[in-house]
Design a protein around this ligand. Structure first.
Ligand code: CO
Length: 185
């Protein structure tokens, strides 16, 4: 391992200390490239996350990208409140946008905890889309790179991973407006 790494998976997860990537899925050092931030988001303007995605896809040629949220996420919870916290409010704006997009569905959920957990899922689904909308992932697909993007949610109470069944493996699964015609370089 000291010579090189060849992981097959990229994990985009929450910074929360209770959701360590390798331990959750039982992979050893060298098996998983990890990027974590508050509330596991991949905004199209975040060059930190995009750089990791680019490195994972172009250089390491990972086969799977996993966006993994977790129920009870403090970041998602904070994005549903109106208190000012600091810089992080600007970061969490991304989740407020997801909330606004699905306001109708979320308002029908009476239980606050259930509503928050649904937003955790909707956020993961949105971030899976965001990863797929990048030129990095679409270029990989154009070049015939076998790459699948997954959305999961971890349940801290049960220790189980919940697959949201939103696997995306090609541009044809994206809305037209986000498809980018990649020309061979
Ligand atoms: Co969290």
């Amino acid at each position: 391992l000291s010579e090189q790494q060849a992981p097959q998976y990229l994990w985009i997860g929450c910074s929360d200390s209770r959701v360590p990537a390798n331990e959750i899925i039982g992979l050893e050092p060298g098996d998983l490239l990890v990027h974590r931030n508050i509330a596991n988001i991949c905004p199209h303007t975040d060059f930190n996350c995009l750089s990791v995605v680019e490195f994972a896809v172009r250089m390491l040629k990972v086969r799977h990208i996993i966006v993994c949220g977790h129920y009870g996420c403090g970041g998602v919870h904070a994005a549903m409140e109106d208190h000012q916290l600091g810089l992080v409010d600007n970061w969490l704006r991304n989740i407020r946008d997801v909330h606004a997009k699905h306001k109708g569905e979320l308002e029908l959920i009476a239980d606050p905890k259930a509503r928050q957990n649904r937003l955790v899922e909707l956020n993961v689904l949105q971030q899976v889309q965001n990863v797929c909308h990048t030129t990095i992932v679409q270029e990989a697909w154009t070049q015939g790179h076998n790459l699948i993007v997954h959305g999961w949610v971890y349940n801290l109470e049960s220790g189980r991973l919940h697959d949201l069944n939103c696997c995306i493996s090609g541009s044809d699964q994206l809305e037209d407006i986000y498809r980018i015609q990649i020309f061979p370089s």
